[in-house]
Design a protein around this ligand. Sequence first.
Ligand SMILES: [Zn+2]
Length: 330
Amino acid sequence: MPRSRISIDFPLDQNGKHAGHARLPHSVHRSAYGWLPIPLVSIRNGDGPRVLLMSGTHGDEYEGQVTLTRLAQSLTPDAVRGQILILPMANYPAAKAGLRTSSLDGENLNRIFPGDASGTPSQMIAHFIETELFSRVDVVLDLHSGGSSLNYLPSTVSLAADNPELLAQSKALMAVFGAPYGVLFEGRGGMGTSYDAALRNKIIRIGTELGGRGWVDPAYRALCEQGVMRVLAHFGAIAPDGIAPPGAVQFVSVPPEAFVYASANGIFEAAVALGDRVRAGDLAGRVYFPETPLRPPAEAYFATDGIVICERAMAACEVGDCLFHLGKPV
Ligand SMILES: [Zn+2]
């Protein structure tokens, strides 16, 4: 692997709490030799577990960004064993713009791992995260939510891996985090996500989908914070004192047929709500056409049974937009 062109402007191997930047080279009209400041915090106290907490992979997902900003302030080196790295705005250009994808190159950071040391800004960031950060840690928490276009029940997320040992390891950590739902996506390996990057680096990684709609729900943020603390305590990176035990987790699988997509461009109205249990053939919602008022709405139906885990958070929709996905209890 070529070396990253992104440099960190403080030493990661020193004890104490240090905050600085991963400097993304960015040569533009107003700044010929400039760089973009990707915020990074290291809290280290000797040897021990090494954990990377990241959010802002998608810049319009705010619950994780607020959670990690709070933890960067509240965690102190004397309370930590080993090292906690905090990367709150992983795709900094996207996060600064409040967009899912990069404002510079339009790319989705969670589809381009392992990235490219000499590629676009997003590819350089993916390459940096995998080669410079994943290589240093034992565990990664990648905090996501529904962003602008979706809204999720509070969930941890992993892949329904074929490898039973890997699946058991992911589920055990999801149970420690303790979000009410543990979502296992089917058929999503090899998509260039941080999950694939973690597999290559032989480290443990789980994600979250906590809320969304371009908003920070205080209850979900609190749940996220507690979940992160439980994971840190589980690995011995912090003491477990005063951390509430996790609640029960309902594990659900998400096969491809659990998704419902818009079949027309128009205005979407949902027929069900998050948390509803639905059956195959149930009405999911209708797409209306105010521009042609006499045209009947296009109805969308569920193709399988399950719990409504994720809903569209924007009324305007186009063909192919995700309206819902279900989780099937396992
Ligand atoms: Zn995301």
